[in-house]
Write a protein that binds this ligand. Structure first.
Ligand code: ADP
Ligand code: MG
Length: 635
């Protein structure tokens, strides 16, 4: 390993670097360096919230004598040499500036020894280095940082209390323990052990952080979909936490906070948890590195995915399969808690029994339209294969083609914006994958035999060795919702004039913003016009949404404006459609006639994977073997 000083042109391609502003950032950088050095044991000590002392000791590869001074030099790194290397970064650090930054605001000492060599030390105070001296030490590196910010008193003032700084460091070390379950970590706070892990796997790491009984409350899962692997632990259906701090996501080994994944998990739990209850999870998402942009916020632990929908879909479908206990989950479940019964392997519902009736065959799922000359994508296809198949090219890299720009100060690398053609091919591929998946959840409606009704709410069907229980309200809701949405998507909405127009007064910025939305709103069935200088008037609404609460609808539009979120009116309207559908649907507790039962099933078209617009399952599958277990016929 050799430390190189990056040339300015390489360096300048890199986004604004880490800011060393707190003990937290020091510990993070030092621990990441230890991990990058291949350590299997890392010990972290902090005293007085890290203000007095931070020491990170590792048994990694060490720094050779001739590289010690370079380690302190700004923009010096052993982890990459050229701009090209940026596209395949596998180490946590690569900017080569953390040590230099920390050394400039503290009293730092590095003691290091490479395998088979001698130990040497080099101290540095406020950025001024001393001399390299022989030292004593085991193979590996020990970095001590004393009196952080001793020469920048202004920054000292911004630190939180010792206890708060300690809490933040502990939270981060916990995430290191989880994300690197094969490394043994010790965290000492003022000489007391806060965490100790032994590097013996993820289950033990969870226990080290959350206590021994956490495992009995979790499902362990491991899924591979579309070349994306999702594994880890999620709380069972009845386990929740009062806030989000019990949620950890690691993308390609790196802790991140990501709205797409958080929303997918939250929505999968939607029918199990109440408001203000949050699921517990420790999840790992492994994605081909070229489709993740790791450099969005170097400090804010955010990532951007080249395709949010495929990530959302993968996470949502895996988590909900596991929670809803449908038979697909078997592919994903590694183990359940001892108290949870394992979902038995029933007949494969995805291989429907051939229809014996002469009833009409279900409407065929339309074949996905693929770009010409390309074979239909198979659901087993990996991301790599899908890309190759569709000639989805990695966009040109910096220096070879166009450098994507999104603000001058922050060049983005990793993934540049795909061209329209690439997006089209990718969309098609995704559609094909989703259709293929949908197909699998289908059963032939003709093979379903109606067996009766429970509690005037649930309809029972038998199909070979499988039973399905359908929630009539959820099913009806979903059918109405689909119909309304289709009309909206085809822009076939009928406008319904209102007796009394709705007038909304706005401030000038809001007004300008809303006026820009007029064309879309009109297409969706609203008759909306300016009304004086600062108000708008709504005189017609989509007929299906006659009863919607216009005030709250426009409120929501304005909220998205304020938070500068990309506003998607159709999404907002979908919410409104969902509640309209809910009001119109038959309620549980109202018995249906035989005709109505048949009509409902006909319209579900054998799709047992349907969810109601609020995300609850429409049908639940129970295999014969599950009944046999209940009656102890089999174990
Ligand atoms: P970066 O991690 O971005 O390369 P740093 O300033 O954090 O930059 O570290 C500079 C260099 O010092 C690293 O590239 C590495 O060669 C060396 N180094 C730092 N910490 C360690 C360590 N714990 N073990 C081995 N080498 C280290
Ligand atoms: Mg580093």
């Amino acid at each position: 390993m050799k430390i190189h000083v990056l040339s300015p042109d390489v360096y300048n391609q890199i986004a604004a670097g880490e800011v060393i502003d707190r003990p937290y950032s020091v510990v993070k950088e030092l621990a990441e360096n230890a991990i990058d050095a291949g350590a299997t044991e890392i010990s972290i000590e902090i005293e007085e919230g890290g203000k007095k002392l931070i020491r990170v000791t590792d048994n990694g590869e060490g720094i050779a004598r001739e590289d010690l001074a370079n380690a302190y030099a700004p923009h010096a790194t052993s982890k990459l040499k050229t701009a090209q290397d940026l596209f395949g970064v596998t180490t946590l650090g690569f900017r080569g500036e953390a040590i230099a930054s920390i050394a400039s605001v503290s009293k730092m000492n590095i003691v290091s020894r490479v395998r088979g060599g001698e130990a040497f030390s080099l101290a540095c105070e406020g950025g001024v280095c001393g001399e390299i001296l022989p030292a004593a030490g085991a193979t590996g590196t020990e970095i001590t940082v004393r009196e952080l910010f001793f020469n920048t008193p202004a920054r000292l003032k911004f630190l939180k209390s010792d206890a708060q700084e300690e809490g933040d460091v502990a939270g981060m070390v916990a995430r290191f323990i989880l994300s690197r379950p094969n490394i043994a970590f010790t965290l000492l706070l003022n000489g007391k052990v806060k965490y100790r892990s032994f590097g013996d796997g993820l289950a033990a790491a969870l226990a080290a952080v959350y206590g021994g009984d956490i495992l009995s409350r979790c499902y362990e899962l491991d899924a591979d979909k579309h070349g994306i692997r999702l594994h880890g632990y999620i709380g069972d259906r009845n386990y929740s936490k009062p806030n989000r701090t019990y949620q950890s996501l690691f993308v390609n080994g790196r802790y991140v906070v990501n709205q797409t994944v958080a929303a997918a998990v939250t929505n999968a739990y939607a029918s199990y948890l109440m408001k203000r209850q949050y699921p517990f999870y420790v999840l790992f998402l492994d994605i081909p590195p070229e489709i993740v942009d790791v450099n969005v916020h170097p400090n804010k632990a955010d990532v951007r995915f080249a395709d949010n929908q495929i990530i959302y879909g993968t996470v949502y479908s895996v988590i909900s399969a596991v929670l809803d206990g449908n038979s697909r989950a078997l592919e994903y479940l590694v183990s359940t808690s001892p108290k949870q019964e394992k979902i038995p392997v029933g007949e494969d519902i995805f291989d429907p029994h051939p229809a014996t009736h002469s009833a009409p065959a279900p409407a065929a799922v339309p074949e996905p339209v693929l770009p010409p000359k390309q074979a239909p994508a198979s659901p087993k296809m990996t991301y790599e294969e899908a890309k190759r198949e569709l000639e989805f090219k990695i966009p040109p890299q910096a220096g070879q083609g166009t450098v994507p720009s999104r603000g001058k100060q922050q060049p983005i690398f990793g993934v540049s914006e795909p061209t329209q053609r690439e997006i089209d091919a990718f969309e098609e591929n995704k559609k094909a994958l989703m259709e293929a998946e949908k197909k699998q959840q289908r059963v032939d409606p003709a093979s379903l035999e109606f067996k009766g009704e429970l509690f005037r709410t649930y309809l029972i069907y038998e199909c070979g060795d499988d039973a399905y229980i359908v929630d009539q309200h959820a099913a009806h809701e979903r059918i109405i919702y689909d119909r309304l949405r289709e009309k909206m998507e085809k822009r076939e909405v009928v406008s319904q004039p209102m007796l009394v127009p709705f007038v909304l007064t706005l401030n000038p910025a809001e007004f300008a913003f809303l006026v820009k939305q007029f064309p879309v709103l009109r297409e969706l069935g609203f008759e909306i016009d300016e009304f004086g200088a600062d108000a708008v008037k709504v005189s017609s609404v989509p007929a299906d949404l006659m009863k919607m609460d216009l005030a709250s609808f426009f409120d929501e539009i304005m909220t998205s404006y304020e938070s500068l979120r990309a506003i998607k009116l159709t999404d907002l309207l979908k919410d409104k459609l969902a509640s309209a559908a809910c009001k119109a649907a038959v309620k549980g507790g109202e018995s249906l006639t035989e005709e109505e039962v048949k009509a409902l099933l006909r319209r579900m078209n054998g799709d047992m994977g349907l969810k109601c617009p609020h995300g609850r399952p429409v049908a639940v599958h129970v295999a014969r073997s599950e009944f046999e277990k209940l009656f102890k016929r089999i174990v």
